[in-house]
Design a protein around this ligand. Structure first.
Ligand code: UDP
Length: 386
């Protein structure tokens, strides 16, 4: 029975888990492929939360998480612990997602074993190797190792072709995050925290905030905390909701500024179903997250991005995402404009779907089958269907 080629999916952080979940489900459904799931545990609780939501029980857990581990320690542990699993399982291909230490280390481990690497969300480029750090370098390194590059958009495909990746090795699939988002918002998950249910029922305007980027740690994040405090005082009828990242460096920089403010709610990271629900309730989203930049435009939410550059220009071009950096004054001014100028708000609050149509996982599985000689090349996302 078990004669199908086995595709190993390796992932380790919350955003990777969200983006590979639809692919794992589609691989399970594929008649001619089997799937093996490996988590590295680069994140712990935030990763387990997503696996639970999508009903995934990993076949292997490298359990590498350690508080305060350096990037090199993380990479070294993945290499060391994945290698014997690759030797034992003999997968026909290894799928990695995005730009984390997990994905680059797993790609290298597979390459060392001559296993073809499939790179999901390939071809994103900010053009600055130091920002986002270390993600921009991770993506470029994984590109060098991959046999199949699954670009989410035509823009990311063009980046790969510029770097002389062969066109036949690139397929534009759309981003699987939109598959996950559509699945999750369709469920209309109840909130576990009664404070959030009350917030939803209040009908008040919500500013949803997430922040975690490594290059914003320290002074920039202190500025974010100060900006939020000023906004909370200026707009007492506004509810600011901050699901705080687990990283203590992030918490220590931002949370002290928000102490005692009645219209600021700080929560633990929300389970994905709950987070997608707060995104759909939000008036404005203020974030430095990559995934949130991709999801919120599909829900018609204006997104202010606390970064100087982005590897996701599509929604900026569509007008629903604006890069505002991390300067305290600019954050306050940009949020204030959206809260007080209905025309400025309306201009940004348009639903656009530049990142996917919900069928990226099916195209991904089609492209993997094609790589393994089991099917035709799928039609690309963004291509006009006849
Ligand atoms: N997310 C979540 N709960 C939260 C905050 C974010 O499930 O409390 C989801 C969000 O919808 C997105 C992903 O986590 O899909 C983004 O993760 P993060 O911002 O940590 O990483 P990035 O996308 O910047 O790599």
């Amino acid at each position: 029975m078990d004669s199908n080629p086995r595709v190993m999916v390796v992932y380790g952080t919350r955003p990777e888990a969200i983006k590979v979940a639809p692919v794992i489900a589609a691989l399970r459904d594929a008649a001619n492929l089997d799937v093996i799931t490996v988590v590295t545990g680069q994140h712990r609780e935030m990763l387990d939360q997503v696996n639970e939501l999508f009903g995934i029980v990993p076949d292997h857990d490298l359990d590498i998480f350690e508080h305060g581990a350096t990037l090199s320690q993380t990479v070294a542990r993945v290499l060391e612990r994945l290698d014997p699993i690759l030797a034992a399982e003999q997968p026909a291909a290894v799928v990695v997602q995005g730009d984390t230490s997990t994905s680059t280390a797993a790609a290298l481990a597979a390459f060392h074993r001559h296993v073809p690497v499939v790179h999901l969300e390939a071809g994103l480029r900010s053009g600055n190797i130091h920002s986002p750090f270390p993600e921009e370098a991770n993506r470029k390194l994984t590109t060098q190792l991959a046999a199949l590059h699954l670009a989410p958009t035509p823009v990311s495909k063009a980046n790969l072709l510029t770097e002389t990746v062969a066109a036949q090795d690139v397929v534009v699939t759309g981003n699987t995050v939109i598959d996950a988002l559509l699945l999750a918002v369709g469920r209309d998950t109840p909130f576990t925290d009664p404070a959030l249910e009350a917030l939803a029922a209040s009908g008040r305007r919500i500013l949803l905030v997430t922040t975690h980027r490594r290059e914003n740690w320290g002074g920039a994040m202190e500025g974010v905390g100060r900006a939020l405090a000023r906004l909370a005082r200026t707009f007492p009828d506004l509810e600011i909701l901050l699901p705080a990242h687990r990283n203590p460096i992030v918490r220590e920089a931002v949370l002290p500024h928000l102490d005692g403010l009645p219209n600021v709610t700080v929560t633990e990271p929300l389970a994905y179903g709950e987070f997608t629900r707060v995104m759909s309730l939000a008036t404005v989203v203020l974030t430095d997250s990559g995934g949130v930049q991709e999801e919120a435009p599909s829900l018609g939410k204006p997104v202010l991005v606390m970064r100087e550059n982005t590897e996701r220009p599509e929604a900026v071009d569509a007008g629903t995402v604006r890069l505002i950096g991390t300067d305290e004054e600019r954050i306050v001014a940009s949020v204030t404009e959206l809260l007080t100028d209905p025309d400025a708000y309306a201009a940004m609050a348009r639903a656009t779907n530049p990142y996917g149509d919900g069928h990226a996982a099916a195209r991904t599985v089609g492209a993997i089958a094609c790589l393994l000689g089991l099917g035709e090349r799928p039609q690309e996302f963004g291509a006009v269907s006849r």
